[in-house]
Design a protein around this ligand. Structure first.
Ligand code: SAH
Length: 464
């Protein structure tokens, strides 16, 4: 190991920064965040650095560097673009045995700055020993996406109860088991979902020994339209801690593969008029599994609250007092439109957009036609394939121009995406000609014309 990572307590400690420009600013910001008192020496010092100095209670020295500037400092940063000067600062600091960092010159450093993921009080540092800082930064970016921003609050919660728990369990193993349970269960889920007060209440109950018998929980997760890259961080996190996953036909296999490996997978898929499981049985199954103490992910295509019957499922959960979370997803309209190069609204062409289902509860396609014919409104039809001939006919009959541009997007956002454009008049014909099948989204409106200009990137986005 070239460098030993240590976390340095700089609260109230004097740190010397040589240089007053852009590089000095970046380092000064970090140092100030860690509570250091800044002494900055340079003939010129930028305004932002000055502000940091002032806030840290430090001093600015407006002249060239001299050795005595090191006096009283516990850490030295050389951040100038003058190489001989940087080398001099490094030599002086080493002479005195004070840690020194020279920006972009690992050979002159006794300490180096890592790439930092700050979820204070949780802090992660990544270093390549100065050999490949870009690589370290890329790893940091991966960690940033993997660890939710609220993770630090979890550590904060633990800090508030640490002593109490220590008193409760003098035995280290018991204590470890207690905290593992907290960090991997519903208490952590609550905290990460931003429900700090509820997390604290559950933790108190656990400490007092009257935590409710382990009830499970249901996560109603929007899986987006198909491309796994469109999942949210929260969706992925909950998928990776699920005991059971109930999924729809619309959920792409590549997305299912991102669920915890040893989670049970239950297919409850729906095909039009051929439901694998009737909705009330799905609702019941969610309740039963949660009552067995399981963490259940109910994975839904797109967004659970857009033509996803998510509302019905949570009604049932609420009626049985089962805790649940709803994780929004990218709905097919947003995903397909973006990947097909069709903006849903546009200042010149569409001032509103309307999401409509082409398949009503009673099996008919009896839509409020008069509301759907304004030329400045984009229509997005979900489940519109079967009823398409009737829908096009009625829209034209009620006044929408037969020439209105329209698009069919089959399996949008996936590598199998197919897009066909035409007009309201010939859309049903396109379906027959190209054997278009579900899932397909229909977009009707002037905005479809823009695809000619914007679709140059089609295919470049789909990653599955
Ligand atoms: N909750 C989902 C919609 C479920 S209704 C959402 O928010 O997206 C099912 C309909 O959604 C399908 O019939 C189809 O019209 C549309 N759909 C879902 N995913 C799609 C995809 N990848 N490509 C095209 N249409 C899709």
């Amino acid at each position: 190991m070239e460098f030993l990572p240590l976390f340095h307590n700089l609260r109230g400690a004097q740190v010397l920064v040589v240089g007053g420009g852009e590089i000095a600013l970046r380092k000064s910001r970090l140092l100030a965040e860690a509570g250091a008192v800044l002494r900055v020496v340079a003939p010129e010092i930028g305004t932002e650095v000055r502000e940091l100095i002032e806030r840290s209670g430090g001093e600015q020295i407006l002249r060239g560097y001299t050795e005595s500037d090191l006096n009283g400092c516990v850490l030295i940063i050389a951040a100038t673009d003058d190489e001989p000067l940087n080398a001099q600062v490094s030599a002086d600091a080493r002479q005195r045995g004070v840690p020194v960092n020279v920006v972009d010159a690992p050979a002159l450093c006794s300490v180096i700055f890592p790439a930092i993921v700050d979820r204070s009080p949780l802090v992660i540092a990544v270093s390549s020993g100065g050999d490949a800082p870009v690589l370290a930064r890329l790893i940091r970016a991966k960690l940033e996406t993997w660890i939710p921003p609220t993770y630090g609050h979890l550590a904060g919660l633990a800090a508030r109860f640490r002593h109490q728990v220590k008193g409760l369990f003098p035995n280290v193993q018991q204590r470890r088991a207690f905290w593992e349970d907290v960090f991997q269960g519903p208490i952590a889920d609550r905290q990460l979902a931003g429900q700090g007060a509820e997390a604290e209440r559950l933790l108190r109950a656990k400490i007092d020994g009257d935590a409710p018998a382990t009830t499970g929980e249901v996560y109603l997760v929007g899986a987006g339209p198909g491309d796994p890259d469109l999942l949210t961080f929260r969706a992925l996190r909950l998928m990776q801690q699920a005991d059971v996953v109930l999924y729809d036909r619309l959920v792409a296999p590549a997305i299912l593969d991102l669920c915890r490996r040893d989670a049970d997978r239950v297919y409850v898929g729906k095909q039009r008029a051929d439901h694998a499981l009737p909705q009330d049985q799905i609702n019941q199954q969610l309740v039963d599994l949660a009552k067995q103490g399981k963490r259940v992910v109910r994975l839904k295509g797109g967004d659970p609250f857009i033509f996803g019957r998510g509302g019905e499922e949570i009604e049932e959960l609420a009626a049985h007092g089962i805790p649940f979370q709803v994780v929004p997803g990218i709905t097919a309209a947003s995903g397909c439109a973006a990947y097909a190069g069709i903006p849903l609204t546009h200042r010149d062409h569409a001032q509103s957009v309307r999401f409509v289902t082409g398949h009503l509860k009673n099996g008919s396609t009896d839509l409020p036609w008069k509301d759907l014919v304004s030329p400045s409104q984009t229509l997005v039809l979900y489940m519109g394939l079967i009823g398409l001939p009737v829908i096009c006919e009625q829209l034209i009959k009620h006044g929408r121009s037969a020439d209105t541009p329209a698009a069919l997007i089959q399996q949008g956002t996936t590598v199998n995406q197919r897009v066909f454009t035409g007009t309201l008049a010939n859309l049903p014909q396109l379906v027959a000609e190209h054997e278009v099948h579900a899932p397909t989204l229909v977009i009707v409106g002037e905005v479809v014309k823009l695809r000619e200009k914007l679709a140059w990137f089609e295919g470049a986005q789909a990653s599955v």
